[in-house]
Design a protein around this ligand. Structure first.
Ligand SMILES: Nc1ncnc2c1ncn2[C@@H]1O[C@H](COP(=O)(O)OP(=O)(O)O)[C@@H](O)[C@H]1O
Ligand SMILES: [Mg+2]
Length: 240
């Protein structure tokens, strides 16, 4: 890991519960700077809970989260975002009654300079020309694929070092899934570290460099993406 791209995320022995129900039970993993790391797990295995824990939205009971060599466990969400972490949430939540451009702007709410915000909006339109044409359209009236672009564009508006992506393929038609994964690859090629949680095994392992398998709140396997596909743990986590 180079000092210039010091964006490694480390999760150590993390326990998170809602009320009395334990969800994460001792999760340890790392998303190394510059890579795409994925966490595969079936519905209810705890993927979103891990993302919420990393973002400071749900407080873990035990364990530690560090980003760029500094502990972030227990920090409030806005401070975690200020460290350079952004999230594209499950279900691509856009603000339906706001325009495309207003949605993008919200992703940069911590950026004080209007000029910087304008530059980032321009970058988002360069990445997604369709959004420029529809800048004044209400996001809620757009197609699922277009809403996905708004959601990804908004995630990039804070110029994050690390992007957390929660099930980008969920509910999208196959062609849009492929398009979304291509976009994720391009984002990573620009130097942004990606941590991706997914149920879609095959396409996720195609785009990721490294992966883990989460089963009932525990990491049951980890390895290079090309090796992970063949393991018993991946098979059992889904079909076992
Ligand atoms: N806000 C919540 N309150 C109580 N239980 C929850 C809450 N969110 C999720 N859970 C439970 O935690 C478990 C893991 O959920 P989640 O992290 O959403 O899994 P995944 O994202 O892998 O589908 C599930 O059993 C789910 O019902
Ligand atoms: Mg989820």
């Amino acid at each position: 890991m180079s000092a210039a791209n010091n964006a490694t995320l480390v999760v150590e022995d993390l326990y998170t519960a809602y009320d009395k129900a334990d969800v994460l039970e001792g999760v340890s993993l790392a998303a190394e700077a510059g890579r795409i790391t994925c966490l595969l797990g079936s519905n209810g295995s705890g993927k979103t809970t891990l993302i919420r824990s990393i973002l400071g939205l749900t407080r873990p009971n035990r364990g530690r989260i560090a980003f760029a060599d500094a502990e972030i466990t227990g920090l409030p969400p806005h401070k975690i975002v200020a460290r350079g972490i952004a999230c594209i949430p499950e279900g691509r939540k856009v603000f339906p009654k706001l325009t495309v451009e207003e949605n993008l702007r919200l992703g940069a709410y911590q950026e004080a300079s209007g000029q910087v915000v304008a530059e980032r909006i321009e970058e988002a339109y360069e990445a997604f020309p369709q959004l420029r044409e529809r800048r004044d359209q209400l996001a809620g009236t757009m197609s699922g694929g277009e809403q996905a672009m708004v959601s990804i564009g908004r995630g990039l508006m804070s110029a994050p070092k690390l992007l957390l992506i929660d099930e980008p393929s969920l509910g999208l038609a196959p062609l849009l899934v492929k398009q979304n994964f291509d976009i994720i690859r391009r984002i990573n090629e620009r130097g942004i570290t990606v941590f991706l949680v997914e149920q879609n095994v095959r396409q996720t392992l195609e785009v990721a460099h490294y992966g883990y398998v989460l089963s009932k709140g525990r990491v049951v396997a980890g390895g290079r993406a090309d090796e992970l596909a063949a393991t018993q743990e991946v098979h059992e986590a889904y079909f076992g």
